[in-house]
Design a protein around this ligand. Structure first.
Ligand code: SF4
Length: 237
């Protein structure tokens, strides 16, 4: 595994669990607002951590921590992700996997082998804007494929969108409902701009004066979700 970072303790990243966070290095997307540029831009990569040392750390902590979050970058690009998850699972950890959903075949294998207890998948934008936001040559059907696979996996999950207001309008946000289905949990996250992949000029940012909880498009989306058994919530980072 190319592991670019390890956070030894978190109360926030796995719902209801004390977790450690493993950050994989490398991503096939280039979201301008990405706040982990050192895991995405090869020019900014920091030295890798040894996988064995990370596994040893997890082994030593398995009585104090209950979960491991594997995030990135994009974890499903790692060739040895599945062996890593197997070893982590053998230590009786719950595992949450964060993914951009670009590799449904890897997600399917993970589901088949029962290696993950919680999926968090980013939905970057309405499908028509996916390439604009991710700057990736992606077949957008793979996103819907991953969403459907996760829904049917029997594993807890959430879908989430970071509201990047330089490229997404509140109308785009509202149109995310086209991708959602009854039973989904969907989280809209506020973008934070203190360390991003692209340099984003402060004067262009409007989110500072934007309140999710007062915005008519957000409120109408939440209302629509309630009517369709889709739990929609807002998360400020
Ligand atoms: S936000 Fe996620 S998917 Fe986008 S570039 Fe960063 S790590 Fe990759």
């Amino acid at each position: 595994m190319n592991i670019g970072g390890l956070q030894k303790f978190s109360l926030l990243d796995y719902p209801g669990q004390l977790s450690a966070i493993v950050f994989t290095q490398g991503c096939n997307f280039r979201c301008p607002y990405c706040h982990n540029p050192e895991l995405v831009d090869p020019q900014r990569y920091s030295p890798l951590l040894e996988t064995e040392k990370v596994l040893r750390f997890l082994y030593r902590r398995h009585k104090k921590l209950s979960a491991v979050v594997v995030t990135g970058g994009e974890p499903t690009l790692q060739e040895d992700l599945i062996p890593f998850l197997k070893l982590t699972k053998a230590m009786r950890y719950k595992i949450k996997l964060d993914t951009n959903g670009s590799r449904p075949e890897v997600l399917q294998e993970i589901v088949n082998q029962g290696l993950v207890d919680y999926f968090a998948m980013d939905i970057k934008a309405p499908l028509k804007l996916y390439k604009v936001i991710t700057r990736a040559d992606l077949e957008v059907g793979t996103i819907e494929k991953s969403m459907e696979l996760i829904r049917r996996s029997g594993v807890d999950y959430e879908f989430r969108t970071t509201y990047f207001d330089l490229l997404l309008s509140t109308y785009d946000l509202a149109s995310m409902q086209d991708l959602l289905k009854p039973g989904d949990k969907f989280i809209i996250q506020q973008c934070h701009y203190n360390k991003t992949l692209d340099e984003i000029k402060r004067e262009n940012i409007v989110t500072g004066s934007f309140s999710f909880h007062e915005n008519p498009a957000c409120l109408s989306l939440i209302h629509w979700g309630t009517e369709h058994s889709i739990k929609i919530s807002l998360r400020s980072l």
